[in-house]
Design a protein around this ligand. Structure first.
Ligand SMILES: NC(=O)c1ccc[n+]([C@@H]2O[C@H](COP(=O)([O-])OP(=O)(O)OC[C@H]3O[C@@H](n4cnc5c(N)ncnc54)[C@H](O)[C@@H]3O)[C@@H](O)[C@H]2O)c1
Length: 249
């Protein structure tokens, strides 16, 4: 029960890694809020695992104001923020449209910016805490077939470092780290395989090395817990060497 008396908020928590992290946090004694843009699945997941659901599009500023209002109304002391919600889109620079680029950036990049902007004051008010940003191995190496996604996850990495240093300067006891998995066996990966069917050879060239959602949730849990209290600003790879030696090379 290493998260007893802690409150966590996990975006995109209705399935995949977000759900696995929520389940782990609850097993460790935390009170957990999950948010998601998909309301029925979010409500069902929350009921199944014992979390509280807030419907939210992370790209909408008004939705973050709604989250703040609910946490304040509940008298919640926020200790842990997991910026997990994201979308994945197949397309290299020739294939990607400006519209597609902006749609992806609004969720994956603006969403994390808004989360930290609105949640950091709550974490500070609670006396400190941990921000965990889901990035990707793609932020640490070049992935041509997912150009917008790769750029968005690099933005997350940059914002992670900026936030970590700000928190150190403020001595506010908030830490901020990013997690960089390669392929995870979730619906996101299955859905993008469908998108890439039109171009199977290219997709094969960037075929990921797959781990399970729980493998990533375990790492998120470490960064959320006080065991990582001196870990701030790192990029934590969860990829069984893929970043240092891509499996397709
Ligand atoms: N699956 C992988 O192979 C992989 C690899 C590296 C990094 N990641 C990252 O890990 C995190 C979790 O991925 P996953 O595989 O569990 O994905 P997933 O698609 O299974 O789950 C993502 C969740 O986010 C929600 N979501 C999407 N857009 C949203 C929005 N605008 N507002 C609120 N919620 C929204 C979805 O409804 C979904 O429930 C993501 O940040 C992803 O980029 C995934």
């Amino acid at each position: 029960m290493r998260l007893q008396n802690k409150t966590a908020l996990i975006t995109g928590g209705s399935r995949g890694v977000g759900r696995a992290a929520a389940e782990r946090f609850i097993a460790e004694g935390a009170k957990v809020y999950i948010t998601d843009v998909v309301a029925d699945r979010g409500q069902a997941t929350a009921a199944e695992i014992g979390a509280t659901f807030i419907q939210q599009n992370v790209a909408e500023e008004a939705d973050w104001q709604k989250v703040v209002a609910q946490l304040e109304a509940d008298g919640a002391n926020l200790n842990i923020l997991v910026n997990n919600a994201a979308i994945l889109q197949y397309g290299n620079i020739d294939m990607e449209s400006l519209e597609g680029w902006r749609r992806l950036m609004s969720v994956n990049s603006d969403g994390v910016f808004l989360a930290i902007k609105y949640m950091l004051p709550l974490l500070e008010k609670a006396g400190g805490g941990s921000i965990i940003n889901m990035s990707s191995s793609s932020a640490l190496m070049g992935v041509p077939d997912f150009c917008a996604y790769t750029a968005s996850k690099s933005a997350v990495r940059g914002l992670t470092m900026s936030t970590a240093v700000l928190c150190k300067q403020r001595a506010n006891k908030v830490r901020c780290n990013s997690v960089h998995p390669d392929g995870i066996n979730t619906d996101m990966m299955r859905e993008v395989s469908g998108q890439a069917k039109a171009d199977p050879d290219q997709y094969k060239n960037s075929a990921p090395f797959i781990c399970q959602a729980e493998d990533v949730a375990n790492v998120i849990f470490f960064l959320a817990s006080d065991d990582s209290r001196h870990v701030n600003g790192i990029a934590l790879s969860v990829d069984n060497t893929s970043t240092i030696h891509p499996p397709y090379l």
